[in-house]
Design a protein around this ligand. Structure first.
Ligand SMILES: [Zn+2]
Length: 138
């Protein structure tokens, strides 16, 4: 080992104990010699690369999880929308049937009796309220 390139100043853990790095110092930083492995800048670059890879991997996993979650949410939303549409269609059919029944009852009563029946019969109050409710929801 020449004076120009002394041994690397760092230690390594070998054979169950700390030993001086056996490689030649090839880079001098702040007056100390380092091998290519222990060069502080090379170490920093490796740490940066490792952190960057870890972050990229973590971000990719997060993105994949978010996509999967969004897929589940979209699927559940579409399912609920189909259920809601089916319920709305059912309510619409019931409303039309109820309106038809009210028209028939109106014809049976004749105009004078109809006003009394419409405004005083408890079942007509319920039917009128229910029809008004279905107008809001469908
Ligand atoms: Zn070294």
């Amino acid at each position: 080992m020449s004076d120009k390139h002394p041994q690397c100043c760092r230690t390594r853990y070998r054979d169950w104990r700390q030993q001086r790095c056996r490689y030649r110092g090839v880079i001098q930083r702040d007056g100390k010699w380092y091998c290519r492995i222990h060069d502080p800048e090379a170490v920093a670059r490796r740490v940066d690369k490792s952190e960057r890879q870890f972050t990229e991997k973590t971000e990719a996993k997060k993105r994949a999880a978010a996509v999967a979650n969004q897929g589940l949410i979209d699927e559940a939303t579409a399912d609920l929308r189909r259920q809601l549409d089916a319920e709305k269609a059912k309510v619409k059919r019931l409303r039309e049937a109820c309106k038809g029944a009210v028209e028939t009852i109106k014809d049976w009563h004749g105009p004078a009796a109809w006003d009394i029946y419409l405004n005083h019969a408890p079942e007509m109050r319920l039917i009128t309220a229910a029809l008004a409710e279905t107008e809001k929801t469908t």
